[in-house]
Design a protein around this ligand. Structure first.
Ligand SMILES: CC(C)(COP(=O)(O)OP(=O)(O)OC[C@H]1O[C@@H](n2cnc3c(N)ncnc32)[C@H](O)[C@@H]1OP(=O)(O)O)[C@@H](O)C(=O)NCCC(=O)NCCS
Length: 170
């Protein structure tokens, strides 16, 4: 079976925080950061599978620190675990105060991508191999997260059966 090292999937992105990126409290708009997270995570997943990779789910985005226009925002992503066709990607968001250089973890997120073949069917991905301590910790704890996701997905499917698709005025 083909394997790849986590380092082969690593991506980095650094951005300024411009006026259109902030909310009315002058901190970075969560939706903007979520878009950055999905964007960079999809590149990590694609570097692993070298095929179409679609976002299947986002576990959560934990906004730990406000990001201000005086900061720059750095994102780092890498594949932490692989199933048959699915890939778990971790994204770490660091804010850096541009005046002092102080760096803090501002947000973290786990996303799952699925590799698709030319017929849009899930297709096997190379298995990921961790090397560093951080990569190994994330790899070892991934199976438990994958099982939680599986249970949540079943619940979401059952829940969807109760939801209406009619217009509100119908
Ligand atoms: C994700 C998707 C491809 C799964 O297709 P499917 O036919 O239901 O696939 P399967 O049930 O065979 O599952 C395939 C893999 O995806 C995983 N998976 C499917 N849904 C998942 C979810 N919500 N969260 C995590 N993993 C998921 C399965 O565990 C399985 O993993 P494995 O191959 O490693 O064992 C399909 O639901 C889809 O196309 N969703 C829309 C994706 C999209 O448009 N994303 C953009 C967001 S706007």
């Amino acid at each position: 079976m083909e394997t790849k090292f986590v380092k082969e999937t690593r991506c980095f992105k650094v951005s300024r925080v411009f006026p259109p990126d902030v909310n009315s409290y002058n901190t970075m708009f969560g939706g903007k950061l979520m878009s950055y997270i999905d964007d960079i995570a999809s590149i990590s997943a694609t570097k692993l599978c070298r095929a179409t990779a679609v976002t299947a789910s986002t576990d959560s985005v934990d906004f730990l620190q406000p990001i201000r226009p005086t900061d720059c925002v750095s994102l780092e992503s890498f594949v932490t675990w692989t199933g048959r066709s699915s890939m778990e990607v971790f994204v770490k968001v660091i804010k850096e105060d541009l005046a002092s250089g102080e760096r803090k973890i501002a947000a973290t997120s786990f996303l799952t991508f699925v590799a698709l073949d030319e017929h849009n069917n899930p297709t096997p991905v190379p298995q990921i191999v961790p090397e560093t301590e951080e990569e190994s910790k994330l790899f070892e704890t991934a199976q438990r997260r994958a099982e939680m996701r599986k249970r949540r997905r079943e619940e979401s499917k059952q829940f969807a059966d109760y939801l209406l698709t009619k217009y509100p005025w119908e």
